[in-house]
Ligand binder design. Structure first.
Ligand SMILES: [Zn+2]
Length: 133
């Protein structure tokens, strides 16, 4: 799929049919689950084009934390906070800890980003393989 100024490599997209949206400050950020080798980090936030990319190779908690990180990146951009990256990382860890330690379930973020759908798809593949198909 092509968007203005962005060219993706469709073969690398794991859930290209299921375009998922994370809402941040009234903006609709499109989420892509991509191979980690295409990213230098566990995630990236393209705030100008409102695209968040998440590495496919990650655990649930890691993705939750990465989504919080990319949300802070987006807020940093839209509010022109000029936060340095190490501060964004500290905020990510602190927010994730404070929310989960108080029983806040971050699973809806995984659903919204398309992460859970991807995990299910992989699980299906694995169980099919183990049955000898
Ligand atoms: Zn970052």
């Amino acid at each position: 799929m092509k968007y203005a100024g962005i060219v993706d490599r469709p073969s690398r997209l794991i859930s290209k049919d299921k375009m998922k949206i994370l809402k941040i400050m009234g903006y609709n950020y499109r989420c892509r689950i991509v191979d980690k080798e295409d990213l230098s980090n566990m995630g990236t936030c393209d705030a100008r084009n409102q695209i968040i990319r998440l590495a496919a190779e990650s655990c649930d908690q890691g993705v939750e934390s990465t989504i919080i990180h990319e949300m802070i990146e987006a807020i940093n951009f839209h509010l022109q906070l000029s936060l340095e990256h190490n501060k964004i990382m500290s905020l990510e860890a602190a927010l994730h800890q404070a929310l989960t330690a108080n029983g806040v379930c971050l699973r809806p973020l995984l659903d919204a980003s398309g992460w859970n759908a991807r995990k299910k798809a992989i699980w299906k593949k694995k169980t099919r393989r183990s049955k000898g198909h």
